[in-house]
Ligand binder design. Structure first.
Ligand code: GLC
Length: 516
């Protein structure tokens, strides 16, 4: 009886409860622990290499981390105003928002609609993609502004893939990431076909800024918290953005921008260590890469991001079953476990969250979802494996955060984070904070207080809505620059104002009536 009762809230690791696990299974667990554990020394070595790679990405020669300048030239003041649209082309959904930034500092109102991204679209062709997106925007406008005669609405488009931007209203897709594989987009500027699709439909929208979700997160978070210095996404993909000064960006030197001018850099750190010099890859990481649409790319991301966590877990279980001497799921038909990408990160979250000491929920879900009956020792291995994969993800992610802090010499700061793994994966935050402590050698918290929530010198905190509010703010900052005649990194400053409320109202964008 006692084994099925709800226990106290569990610590991040429950290594101690393996008493009844047979020796051979313990050996397998030990092997997995050796493979997936990243100790302090390794964390530090990865971080040191990371710092060098961040700098290398800013040079003319470049490295594997793209370090893309975004032409978002500084933080918001909190006094931005106006009405903007934001479009977020995320993985599962397409989200359209209308954001009003009122006179009150740091405030905003938002209305939004979500549209499902059809699975076929992710591997379809470019025309279908742009047509679908334009249709959603048209629907949004028709629904929320029925019968109104509208000025053109400025739009911030969150396109969360690596893009080379010569201007903020321009972006050549370097390569698809996160399993997307749409023909005819890579290597091309995504803005013209997007605008053409809008024009064909007569949708009154003008693209003002093409942004990355990390840049949006950085800007949205700093709108309400001035200590925010880094924006991160720990979700389907993993990446970060931070504010750099142009003097530190050799690849922009030819543009003679003042050295102290700020510009947000979208690191695209998912590509860290594509040349496999430092990350402790397991054979399972190698398989994930080999079987992905873009082998050789996104080495770091493939070890830590939500898209891959469930798949890593699945590959290990299948492998254990195949090794006849291990006797794992022995004599059972594991056909349903053989389907690639059939388990997502929430499956691992659920295992780590199983409140029952005998792992009843995990037992039941394997039985109902995959028709596999797990023994108690098998369940113990399964739970430990989920912990190992989740912990590795959090610890490796922290290396990137620490690397930016060290590069920029931030002794204290806030990091705004968003994404399903950050928001939903159990213990991700605590494990990340622990790794930062090891990486940055903290003895005490801020002002000599003990380490812990609220006192850690660098804290990763839930971000404001980057691809909504962040996109709107970046559009606002861009329009403001156009109005002030500061058109650095803006391709079409005139076109940006034409037909919008901003053009009519002189120096300030007029906010139409707010809707909630
Ligand atoms: C992938 C994309 C990157 C994005 C991240 C999080 O790494 O390449 O642009 O920021 O996922 O969504």
């Amino acid at each position: 009886m006692s084994s099925t009762s709800l226990g106290p809230r569990r610590k991040p690791s429950r290594k101690g409860s393996m008493a009844d696990v047979p020796k051979d299974m313990l050996q397998e667990i030990k092997k997995l622990e050796d493979m997936f554990t990243v100790d302090t020394a390794k964390l530090k070595a990865i971080c040191d290499h990371f710092i060098k790679e961040l700098a290398k990405g800013l040079t003319v020669e470049g490295g594997s981390i793209p370090m893309n300048p975004t032409w978002c030239m500084g933080f918001p003041t909190g006094n931005e105003t106006g009405t903007f649209l934001a479009l977020d082309m995320g993985g599962t959904n397409l989200r359209v928002c209308e954001i009003n930034l009122p006179e009150e500092k740091g405030e905003f109102d938002i209305i939004q609609s979500k549209y499902r991204m059809p699975e076929e679209l992710k591997t379809g062709n470019a025309d279908e993609l742009w047509a679908y997106i334009a249709d959603c925007l048209q629907q949004f406008i028709e629904y929320h502004h029925e019968g109104e005669k509208l000025d053109k609405l400025p739009l911030g488009f969150t396109f969360s893939y690596p893009a080379t931007q010569e201007y903020i209203d321009h972006g050549i897709l370097q390569r698809w990431t996160k399993g997307f594989d749409i023909d005819g987009v890579e290597g091309k500027d995504v803005v013209p076909p997007f605008e053409e699709a809008l024009e064909e439909r007569g949708v009154p929208i003008k693209l003002t800024a093409l942004i990355n979700d990390t840049t949006g997160t950085l800007i949205a978070s700093s709108y309400t918290d001035q200590e925010m210095k880094i924006g991160c996404i720990f979700g389907t993909g993993c990446n970060a953005a931070y504010m750099e000064t142009c003097g530190n960006i050799p690849k922009l030197a030819h543009m003679n921008i003042p050295a102290d001018q700020e510009i947000a850099i979208n690191c695209e750190w998912g590509a860290f260590d594509n040349e496999h010099k430092i990350l402790p890859r397991t054979p399972y990481d190698v398989i994930i890469d080999k079987d992905s649409p873009r082998p050789g790319q996104q080495a770091f991301e493939k070890m830590i991001a939500g898209l891959y966590l469930g798949e890593l877990f699945r590959l290990v279980l299948v492998d254990l079953h195949e090794q006849k001497h291990v006797k794992f799921f022995e004599g059972q038909d594991i056909a349903s476990l053989r389907k690639p990408y059939s388990l997502d990160a929430s499956f691992l979250s659920d295992i780590e969250n199983d409140p029952y000491e005998n792992l009843q929920e995990t037992h039941d879900v394997f039985a109902s979802k995959m028709n596999i009956k797990c023994s108690k020792p098998e369940l113990e291995l399964i739970r430990r494996l989920a912990e190992l994969i989740g912990t590795r993800s959090a610890r490796l992610s922290a290396c990137g955060v620490a690397a930016i802090c060290k590069k920029m010499n931030y002794k204290t700061c806030h990091v705004g984070a968003d994404g399903s793994v950050f928001n939903k994966y159990p213990h991700f935050k605590a494990r990340g904070a622990q790794a930062l402590k090891e990486l940055l050698d903290w003895e005490t918290g801020r002002d000599g207080k003990p380490l812990g929530r609220g006192h850690d010198p660098v804290e990763i905190l839930p971000a404001e809505d980057g691809s909504g509010v962040g996109a709107a703010l970046i559009a606002a900052l861009t329009l403001k620059r156009v109005q002030e005649g500061n058109v650095m990194g803006i391709r079409d400053p005139e076109g940006m104002l034409k037909g919008t409320a901003a053009a009519k109202s002189g120096n300030k964008q007029v906010a139409p009536e707010t809707k909630k």
